[in-house]
Design a protein around this ligand. Structure first.
Ligand code: ASP
Length: 332
């Protein structure tokens, strides 16, 4: 009896160790936004499509890894696929502003030289993550906005679409329902009901270089011209080879005010916290106390994956060096 128990303990211990080892062998982690179970849009069908979308995107990024692609190539490939997928609030499928337009934000950062690029309020760029990368690699700037960013993307040969390309029926209906609410109710309702579906990715390539990126349509019913955290380096996206790469999702105003992704990196570098502890400290303590909803995905310099969210869920997936894929939506 005793020996049997001993064996069970040993087996459990070994599987925990194996799990740990796998989790620190991660080459790519992605997210499809923070989620609330109370959100109407969060149907079983939506969850199924999100799972499928995450799986396809992580596979895409992993293929790039297998071919020896850089961490920037990996995250760009994964994010582009999610931008093209109407289930996510990025690229096609973006939420609408209160004025019925789609205004997209995105950013990218690499951890070796701390170079970064971002676009905000773009309306005709099919894949904003590629525009963010072009800003990083082909301009002297970090952040370009609205018409200036649209023009820059056009000049640099990125795919340009008519603004109507981004429109999808569920997102349009979501806005119509919001507008149909009595004025006083519409005013007190949160700018979003809790389902964000923004996308992001963090990768670590064979050279050990980290990169992170985020892409979004922003918060539903936002005022036109509003810019969230996603294109703000240090708020929605950060990468530093000395610590970790991070992409965030949630109520952007809070993520900007609390400089969330940079704060996590700072806690790791200056206080020596592990990536998981740093992420929890910021998301489950600082942000939660402040009332900021959302979460982050992280990948540290050793390939250890971590996440933290103070919402019901964070749609996420990661893949290890050997190609093992894990997809999770809620607190599983
Ligand atoms: N953080 C994004 C924003 O505030 C929204 C999201 O994550 O879904 O624009």
């Amino acid at each position: 009896m005793r020996i049997q128990r001993w064996f069970v303990c040993l087996a459990l211990f070994t599987s925990v160790l194996q799990l740990r080892a796998q989790d620190s062998n991660v080459v790519l982690v992605i997210h499809g936004g923070a989620a609330s179970r109370r959100d109407k849009i969060n149907t079983p069908e939506w969850e199924r499509l999100s799972r499928e979308g995450l799986k396809a995107a992580i596979q895409k990024g992993y293929e790039v890894y297998k071919k020896g692609g850089s961490s920037l190539d990996m995250i760009e490939a994964s994010i582009r696929l999610m931008e093209d997928n109407p289930v996510f609030n990025a690229g096609k499928g973006a939420v609408f502003t209160l004025q019925g337009k789609n205004e997209l934000d995105s950013s990218i950062m690499e951890g070796r030289g701390l170079k970064a690029g971002a676009v905000a309020g773009v309306t005709v760029v099919k894949n904003p993550i590629s525009a963010a990368r072009a800003v990083m690699e082909k301009s002297k700037h970090v952040l370009l906005v609205s018409e200036g960013a649209n023009t820059f993307a056009r000049e640099n040969g990125l795919e340009i679409v008519d603004p109507s390309y981004f429109r999808t029926e569920p997102r349009w209906q979501e806005l119509q329902e919001y507008l149909a609410k009595p004025k006083d109710r519409a005013k007190i309702t949160q700018p979003h009901d809790g389902m964000w579906s923004t996308v992001g990715a963090v990768a670590r390539d064979a050279n050990g270089d980290l990169a992170a990126g985020t892409s979004t349509g922003g918060m539903a019913y936002k005022r036109w011209g509003r810019v969230g955290d996603s294109p703000i380096i240090g708020a929605g996206t950060y990468a530093d080879n000395e610590a970790a790469g991070i992409s965030a999702t949630g109520h952007g105003e809070f993520f900007i005010r609390y400089a969330v992704t940079h704060d996590i990196v700072a806690l790791m570098k200056y206080k020596g916290l592990s990536v998981q502890d740093a992420a929890k400290e910021v998301i489950n303590k600082k942000l939660k106390v402040a009332g900021g909803e959302g979460g982050v995905i992280c990948l540290d310099k050793n390939g250890t994956v971590a996440n933290a969210f103070n919402t019901d869920g964070l749609f996420r997936a990661h893949v290890t060096r050997d190609g093992t894929i894990t997809v999770k939506l809620f607190k599983e």
